[in-house]
Design a protein around this ligand. Structure first.
Ligand SMILES: [Zn+2]
Ligand SMILES: [Zn+2]
Length: 158
């Protein structure tokens, strides 16, 4: 009887530990993949290391590199002709409709916490021109804290 009572007490703890391990493994996988992808082609990499930790940074970069996420964001913001940067308000640089989307990148507006991986919704993303995106990440790195697009706009002076 006392064994059973003890087992009932201990069970939630084991469940918690198990879930923590599962979360840790999925985080580790995301980071590993993120690092691999970043090394291949990610120009933001130099700008994204900041005090809140490499885990957040790598996950952030990894999510922004998700091509499907960027595609979904672009189509949610309308056809190529109506795209604009949510930080400086600039329209695409190119008048060539086939090249206009190339000007834009997806930026995750909420810093990812260490508490776990969650699904990214389109409302978590901002569409920024490549210049503003770079400036914003540089500002975040310099300030060593997360910045909203509005705050970044002020700090970057755009
Ligand atoms: Zn911009
Ligand atoms: Zn970003």
């Amino acid at each position: 009887m006392s064994f059973l009572r003890r087992a009932t007490h201990v069970l939630p703890l084991y469940k918690y530990l198990y879930e923590s391990v599962v979360t840790a493994i999925s985080l580790a996988n995301l980071i590993r993949e993120g690092v691999a992808t970043s090394e291949a082609s990610e120009p933001l990499q130099e700008d994204v290391v900041f005090a809140d930790g490499l885990v957040i940074t790598e996950l952030h970069t990894r999510l922004e590199l998700e091509p499907k996420l960027r595609e979904r964001l672009l189509s949610s913001r309308g056809v190529s002709g109506s795209l604009f940067c949510e930080m400086c308000g600039a329209p695409p640089l190119s008048t060539n409709i086939a090249l206009q989307e190339a000007h834009f990148e997806a930026h995750h507006i909420i810093p990812l916490s260490n508490t776990g991986v969650r699904k990214t919704r389109l409302s978590d993303l901002a569409l920024l021109c490549a210049n503003c995106h770079r400036l914003l990440h540089r500002a975040i790195a310099i300030k060593k804290r997360w910045l909203t697009v509005t705050k970044g706009k002020v700090i970057c002076g755009v």
